[in-house]
Write a protein that binds this ligand. Structure first.
Ligand code: G3P
Length: 224
């Protein structure tokens, strides 16, 4: 399972690009607004793309098919490798079908049910983003939905890649990987939590302290 970072924060994306285990970025209008509501979106998106050098999903804000297609063309004029993120609504599925016929990668977002995922795959989505945290927030089981989607993908052989999105904590990453998701898109804070462990820090402290002790002993011996 690949890991993407779910953010529009350029500093965090720079950090992730250096870390070596993050291969893409997903954004949405809320994440862009969170950083700086007055941001020049095109400038920020291009900055993100140049920084990560991998997958970048950029979301449209139109709610009608023609508007989404116009926006997709505009985003593609910024950089042709863009994946166009489209909401899971009827007009969105029609846009996905047309973009897919032009071999333009799409990421269907705001997927909360197994049947929505199936419809997105049939429309030709390259990626289907199943939201975990927001399902758990309303006492639905995101694990159950993701397990079902992944099992159906195996049985039916759908080509769309499954993204586990709306990740809130490291256990969501584990659940997504166990279910068989292709990608988890994770907030920066949760990515950093997922690679940290107190025993790693304690172990490193001890290794370094023992090394220093050894050097001190060696110096004492040499000065005899
Ligand atoms: O990329 C969209 C998704 O990951 C949003 O997450 O935390 O706002 O539900 P969240």
């Amino acid at each position: 399972m690949e890991l993407y970072v779910d953010t529009a924060n350029i500093e965090h994306i720079r950090e992730c690009a250096k870390l070596g285990f993050v291969s893409g970025v997903t954004t949405n209008p809320s994440l862009l607004a969170l950083e700086d509501p007055s941001v020049d979106i095109k400038k920020r998106i291009l900055e993100i793309y140049e920084t990560i050098g991998g997958h970048l999903s950029v979301e449209v804000i139109s709610t009608d098919t023609n508007g989404m297609l116009r926006e997709a063309d505009e985003i593609l004029s910024w950089f042709p490798e863009a994946t166009i993120k489209i909401p899971m609504i009827p007009g969105g599925l029609a846009a996905v079908r047309q973009l897919s016929a032009r071999n333009i990668p799409t990421n269907v977002t705001l997927v909360f049910s197994t049947t929505q995922a199936i419809a997105a795959a049939n429309a030709g989505a390259s990626y289907v983003s199943v939201f975990m945290g927001r399902l758990d927030d309303i006492a639905s089981s995101s694990k159950q939905v993701l397990d079902e989607v992944c099992e159906i993908w195996d049985v039916q052989g759908y080509d769309s890649l499954i993204i586990a999105a709306s990740i809130r904590h490291p256990q969501h990453i584990v659940d997504a990987a166990l279910a068989g998701a292709d990608i988890a898109t994770v907030p920066y804070k949760v990515l950093m939590q997922s690679i940290a462990h107190p025993l790693t820090n304690l172990g490193l402290e001890k290794f370094l302290a023992d090394y220093d002790k050894m050097q001190t002993e060696k110096q004492k011996f040499m000065s005899l």
